[in-house]
Design a protein around this ligand. Sequence first.
Ligand SMILES: Nc1ncnc2c1ncn2[C@@H]1O[C@H](COP(=O)(O)OP(=O)(O)O)[C@@H](O)[C@H]1O
Ligand SMILES: [Mg+2]
Length: 265
Amino acid sequence: MSPPAPIPEIPFYLPVGNECRLFELAFAHRLPLLLKGPTGCGKTRFVAHMAARVGRPLYTVSCHDDLTAADLTGRYLLKGGDTVWTDGPLTAAVRQGGIAYLDEVVEARKDVTVVLHPLTDDRRLLPLDRTGELLQAPDDFMLVVSYNPGYQNVLKQLKPSTRQRFVAIEFDFPPAEVERKVVVAETGLDEGRAHSLVMLAGRLRSLKGHDLEEGVSTRLLVYCATLVQAGMNLREAVQAAMIEPLTDDADVKKGLDEVVLAVFG
Ligand SMILES: Nc1ncnc2c1ncn2[C@@H]1O[C@H](COP(=O)(O)OP(=O)(O)O)[C@@H](O)[C@H]1O
Ligand SMILES: [Mg+2]
Protein backbone atom coordinates (compact mmCIF):
# COMPACT_ATOMS: atom_id res chain seq x y z
CA MET A 1 0.00 0.00 0.00
CA SER A 2 1.37 3.42 -0.89
CA PRO A 3 1.81 5.91 1.94
CA PRO A 4 -0.85 8.64 2.19
CA ALA A 5 -0.14 11.88 0.33
CA PRO A 6 1.38 14.48 2.65
CA ILE A 7 -1.15 16.99 3.96
CA PRO A 8 -0.21 20.36 2.46
CA GLU A 9 0.81 22.89 5.04
CA ILE A 10 -1.82 25.53 5.72
CA PRO A 11 -0.40 29.06 5.63
CA PHE A 12 -0.88 30.87 8.93
CA TYR A 13 -3.89 33.18 9.07
CA LEU A 14 -5.49 34.57 12.20
CA PRO A 15 -9.20 35.32 11.64
CA VAL A 16 -10.62 38.69 12.55
CA GLY A 17 -14.33 37.96 12.15
CA ASN A 18 -16.50 35.48 10.26
CA GLU A 19 -14.40 35.58 7.08
CA CYS A 20 -13.30 31.92 7.19
CA ARG A 21 -16.86 30.67 7.53
CA LEU A 22 -18.01 32.99 4.77
CA PHE A 23 -15.31 31.70 2.45
CA GLU A 24 -16.22 28.08 3.19
CA LEU A 25 -19.90 28.72 2.55
CA ALA A 26 -19.17 30.64 -0.66
CA PHE A 27 -16.95 27.79 -1.85
CA ALA A 28 -19.54 25.13 -0.98
CA HIS A 29 -22.33 27.05 -2.72
CA ARG A 30 -20.35 28.16 -5.76
CA LEU A 31 -20.54 31.89 -5.02
CA PRO A 32 -17.79 34.22 -6.24
CA LEU A 33 -16.09 36.26 -3.54
CA LEU A 34 -14.86 39.86 -3.49
CA LEU A 35 -12.36 41.01 -0.88
CA LYS A 36 -11.90 44.72 -0.40
CA GLY A 37 -9.47 46.51 1.81
CA PRO A 38 -6.22 48.43 2.03
CA THR A 39 -2.94 47.00 0.83
CA GLY A 40 -1.07 44.77 3.26
CA CYS A 41 -3.98 43.91 5.54
CA GLY A 42 -4.06 40.15 4.97
CA LYS A 43 -6.26 39.53 1.91
CA THR A 44 -3.74 37.44 -0.02
CA ARG A 45 -2.72 35.47 3.06
CA PHE A 46 -6.38 34.80 3.80
CA VAL A 47 -6.96 33.35 0.33
CA ALA A 48 -3.81 31.19 0.54
CA HIS A 49 -4.96 29.92 3.93
CA MET A 50 -8.50 29.15 2.79
CA ALA A 51 -7.42 27.48 -0.46
CA ALA A 52 -5.28 25.11 1.61
CA ARG A 53 -8.14 24.58 4.05
CA VAL A 54 -10.60 23.57 1.36
CA GLY A 55 -7.80 21.57 -0.24
CA ARG A 56 -7.86 23.09 -3.73
CA PRO A 57 -5.00 24.47 -5.82
CA LEU A 58 -4.69 28.25 -5.87
CA TYR A 59 -4.09 30.18 -9.09
CA THR A 60 -3.09 33.72 -8.19
CA VAL A 61 -2.89 36.53 -10.73
CA SER A 62 -1.62 39.97 -9.75
CA CYS A 63 -3.51 42.26 -12.06
CA HIS A 64 -1.87 45.28 -13.67
CA ASP A 65 -2.87 47.78 -16.34
CA ASP A 66 -1.47 45.70 -19.19
CA LEU A 67 -3.24 42.53 -18.13
CA THR A 68 -5.66 41.36 -20.82
CA ALA A 69 -8.30 38.67 -20.97
CA ALA A 70 -5.88 36.46 -22.93
CA ASP A 71 -3.41 36.56 -20.01
CA LEU A 72 -6.14 34.92 -17.94
CA THR A 73 -7.68 32.58 -20.47
CA GLY A 74 -4.65 31.51 -22.47
CA ARG A 75 -3.13 31.81 -25.91
CA TYR A 76 -1.54 29.91 -28.75
CA LEU A 77 2.21 29.71 -28.24
CA LEU A 78 4.89 28.62 -30.65
CA LYS A 79 6.40 25.30 -29.61
CA GLY A 80 8.93 23.59 -31.89
CA GLY A 81 7.36 24.95 -35.05
CA ASP A 82 3.80 24.23 -33.94
CA THR A 83 1.34 26.54 -32.32
CA VAL A 84 0.01 24.99 -29.15
CA TRP A 85 -2.85 26.27 -27.06
CA THR A 86 -1.70 27.02 -23.51
CA ASP A 87 -4.25 27.57 -20.74
CA GLY A 88 -3.93 30.76 -18.74
CA PRO A 89 -4.41 30.59 -14.95
CA LEU A 90 -8.15 31.23 -15.05
CA THR A 91 -8.74 28.51 -17.64
CA ALA A 92 -6.53 26.10 -15.71
CA ALA A 93 -8.59 26.69 -12.57
CA VAL A 94 -11.85 26.17 -14.49
CA ARG A 95 -10.61 23.06 -16.27
CA GLN A 96 -9.03 21.36 -13.26
CA GLY A 97 -10.99 22.86 -10.39
CA GLY A 98 -9.41 25.24 -7.91
CA ILE A 99 -9.43 28.79 -6.65
CA ALA A 100 -8.67 31.55 -9.15
CA TYR A 101 -7.59 34.65 -7.26
CA LEU A 102 -7.34 37.94 -9.15
CA ASP A 103 -5.49 40.38 -6.94
CA GLU A 104 -6.17 44.10 -7.56
CA VAL A 105 -8.72 43.25 -10.23
CA VAL A 106 -9.57 46.91 -10.97
CA GLU A 107 -6.09 47.35 -12.43
CA ALA A 108 -6.79 44.93 -15.27
CA ARG A 109 -7.96 45.99 -18.73
CA LYS A 110 -11.66 46.33 -19.42
CA ASP A 111 -11.88 43.15 -21.51
CA VAL A 112 -11.18 41.10 -18.38
CA THR A 113 -14.62 41.88 -16.97
CA VAL A 114 -16.17 40.46 -20.14
CA VAL A 115 -14.56 37.11 -19.31
CA LEU A 116 -15.60 37.30 -15.66
CA HIS A 117 -19.28 38.03 -16.20
CA PRO A 118 -20.45 34.63 -17.56
CA LEU A 119 -18.30 32.96 -14.89
CA THR A 120 -19.91 34.89 -12.07
CA ASP A 121 -23.56 34.19 -12.74
CA ASP A 122 -25.31 30.87 -12.31
CA ARG A 123 -24.15 29.65 -15.72
CA ARG A 124 -20.53 29.57 -14.54
CA LEU A 125 -19.23 29.44 -18.09
CA LEU A 126 -15.89 30.33 -19.60
CA PRO A 127 -16.06 30.80 -23.37
CA LEU A 128 -12.71 30.44 -25.13
CA ASP A 129 -13.21 32.19 -28.45
CA ARG A 130 -9.80 31.21 -29.75
CA THR A 131 -10.29 27.44 -29.30
CA GLY A 132 -14.06 27.46 -29.76
CA GLU A 133 -14.55 25.81 -26.37
CA LEU A 134 -17.23 26.65 -23.86
CA LEU A 135 -16.06 25.46 -20.45
CA GLN A 136 -18.47 24.74 -17.63
CA ALA A 137 -16.83 25.45 -14.29
CA PRO A 138 -16.84 22.40 -11.99
CA ASP A 139 -18.29 22.57 -8.48
CA ASP A 140 -14.85 23.01 -6.94
CA PHE A 141 -14.02 26.08 -9.03
CA MET A 142 -14.17 29.38 -7.17
CA LEU A 143 -13.41 32.90 -8.31
CA VAL A 144 -11.99 35.30 -5.72
CA VAL A 145 -11.08 38.89 -6.57
CA SER A 146 -9.66 41.65 -4.42
CA TYR A 147 -9.28 45.37 -4.74
CA ASN A 148 -8.42 48.39 -2.70
CA PRO A 149 -11.36 50.83 -2.62
CA GLY A 150 -9.17 53.38 -0.83
CA TYR A 151 -7.46 54.64 -3.95
CA GLN A 152 -9.26 57.82 -4.90
CA ASN A 153 -9.27 57.07 -8.60
CA VAL A 154 -12.75 57.08 -10.12
CA LEU A 155 -11.47 55.29 -13.21
CA LYS A 156 -10.25 52.47 -11.03
CA GLN A 157 -13.46 51.67 -9.23
CA LEU A 158 -15.23 48.40 -9.81
CA LYS A 159 -18.40 48.94 -11.83
CA PRO A 160 -21.64 48.10 -9.93
CA SER A 161 -22.57 45.64 -12.70
CA THR A 162 -19.40 43.71 -11.88
CA ARG A 163 -19.39 44.27 -8.13
CA GLN A 164 -22.93 43.01 -7.71
CA ARG A 165 -21.92 39.57 -8.90
CA PHE A 166 -19.91 38.82 -5.79
CA VAL A 167 -20.38 38.12 -2.13
CA ALA A 168 -18.10 40.67 -0.51
CA ILE A 169 -15.99 40.91 2.64
CA GLU A 170 -14.51 44.14 3.86
CA PHE A 171 -10.99 43.80 5.23
CA ASP A 172 -9.11 46.31 7.32
CA PHE A 173 -6.01 46.21 9.48
CA PRO A 174 -6.72 43.74 12.28
CA PRO A 175 -7.67 45.03 15.73
CA ALA A 176 -4.61 45.62 17.96
CA GLU A 177 -4.99 42.36 19.86
CA VAL A 178 -5.08 40.27 16.66
CA GLU A 179 -2.36 42.29 14.97
CA ARG A 180 -0.02 41.79 17.93
CA LYS A 181 -0.53 38.02 17.69
CA VAL A 182 0.13 38.17 13.95
CA VAL A 183 3.38 40.07 14.49
CA VAL A 184 4.51 37.61 17.17
CA ALA A 185 3.58 34.56 15.08
CA GLU A 186 5.19 35.90 11.91
CA THR A 187 8.44 37.14 13.42
CA GLY A 188 8.97 35.59 16.85
CA LEU A 189 9.31 39.05 18.41
CA ASP A 190 8.43 39.23 22.11
CA GLU A 191 4.91 40.30 23.12
CA GLY A 192 6.10 43.53 24.74
CA ARG A 193 7.84 45.01 21.73
CA ALA A 194 5.19 43.62 19.37
CA HIS A 195 2.63 45.48 21.47
CA SER A 196 4.59 48.75 21.23
CA LEU A 197 4.90 48.46 17.46
CA VAL A 198 1.19 47.77 17.07
CA MET A 199 0.37 50.79 19.26
CA LEU A 200 2.66 52.92 17.12
CA ALA A 201 1.03 51.64 13.94
CA GLY A 202 -2.36 52.62 15.35
CA ARG A 203 -1.13 56.15 16.04
CA LEU A 204 0.42 56.48 12.59
CA ARG A 205 -2.79 55.21 10.99
CA SER A 206 -4.81 57.90 12.71
CA LEU A 207 -2.85 60.42 10.60
CA LYS A 208 -4.14 58.87 7.39
CA GLY A 209 -6.10 61.25 5.23
CA HIS A 210 -4.36 64.37 6.57
CA ASP A 211 -1.05 63.91 4.82
CA LEU A 212 -0.99 60.21 4.04
CA GLU A 213 -2.84 58.34 1.36
CA GLU A 214 -2.50 54.98 3.12
CA GLY A 215 -1.86 54.01 6.73
CA VAL A 216 1.03 51.76 7.72
CA SER A 217 0.08 48.21 6.72
CA THR A 218 0.25 45.00 8.72
CA ARG A 219 2.82 43.91 6.15
CA LEU A 220 5.11 46.84 7.08
CA LEU A 221 4.56 46.12 10.75
CA VAL A 222 5.73 42.55 10.14
CA TYR A 223 8.78 43.87 8.23
CA CYS A 224 9.61 46.20 11.10
CA ALA A 225 9.32 43.42 13.68
CA THR A 226 11.50 41.21 11.48
CA LEU A 227 14.27 43.83 11.53
CA VAL A 228 13.97 44.27 15.30
CA GLN A 229 13.98 40.52 15.86
CA ALA A 230 17.13 40.34 13.72
CA GLY A 231 18.86 42.76 16.08
CA MET A 232 18.22 46.20 14.65
CA ASN A 233 17.32 48.83 17.19
CA LEU A 234 13.69 49.84 17.37
CA ARG A 235 14.03 53.41 16.14
CA GLU A 236 16.07 52.45 13.09
CA ALA A 237 13.70 49.63 12.21
CA VAL A 238 10.70 51.93 12.56
CA GLN A 239 12.38 54.48 10.31
CA ALA A 240 13.14 51.90 7.64
CA ALA A 241 9.92 49.90 7.71
CA MET A 242 7.20 52.22 9.00
CA ILE A 243 8.19 55.77 8.02
CA GLU A 244 10.20 55.77 4.80
CA PRO A 245 7.82 53.51 2.85
CA LEU A 246 4.86 55.75 3.70
CA THR A 247 5.97 59.08 2.30
CA ASP A 248 8.66 61.01 0.43
CA ASP A 249 7.57 64.35 1.86
CA ALA A 250 10.05 65.74 4.40
CA ASP A 251 7.40 67.61 6.38
CA VAL A 252 5.13 64.59 6.60
CA LYS A 253 8.10 62.49 7.72
CA LYS A 254 8.80 65.00 10.47
CA GLY A 255 5.22 64.68 11.61
CA LEU A 256 5.52 60.91 11.70
CA ASP A 257 8.81 61.14 13.61
CA GLU A 258 7.06 63.20 16.25
CA VAL A 259 4.49 60.44 16.70
CA VAL A 260 7.30 57.89 17.08
CA LEU A 261 8.94 60.08 19.71
CA ALA A 262 5.67 60.49 21.56
CA VAL A 263 5.15 56.71 21.66
CA PHE A 264 8.71 55.58 22.38
CA GLY A 265 10.07 58.67 24.16
N1 LIG B 1 -4.96 37.98 9.86
C1 LIG B 1 -3.68 37.71 9.54
N2 LIG B 1 -3.11 36.52 9.86
C2 LIG B 1 -1.84 36.27 9.54
N3 LIG B 1 -1.02 37.13 8.91
C3 LIG B 1 -1.52 38.34 8.57
C4 LIG B 1 -2.86 38.69 8.85
N4 LIG B 1 -3.08 39.93 8.40
C5 LIG B 1 -1.93 40.34 7.85
N5 LIG B 1 -0.97 39.40 7.95
C6 LIG B 1 0.43 39.57 7.58
O1 LIG B 1 0.49 40.70 6.70
C7 LIG B 1 1.21 40.37 5.52
C8 LIG B 1 0.60 41.07 4.34
O2 LIG B 1 -0.66 40.52 4.08
P1 LIG B 1 -1.20 40.27 2.59
O3 LIG B 1 -2.18 39.16 2.69
O4 LIG B 1 -0.07 40.11 1.64
O5 LIG B 1 -1.93 41.66 2.33
P2 LIG B 1 -2.86 42.13 1.13
O6 LIG B 1 -3.05 40.99 0.21
O7 LIG B 1 -4.12 42.57 1.82
O8 LIG B 1 -2.14 43.27 0.49
C9 LIG B 1 1.17 38.86 5.43
O9 LIG B 1 2.30 38.39 4.76
C10 LIG B 1 1.15 38.45 6.87
O10 LIG B 1 2.47 38.45 7.39
MG1 LIG C 1 -2.40 41.03 -1.83
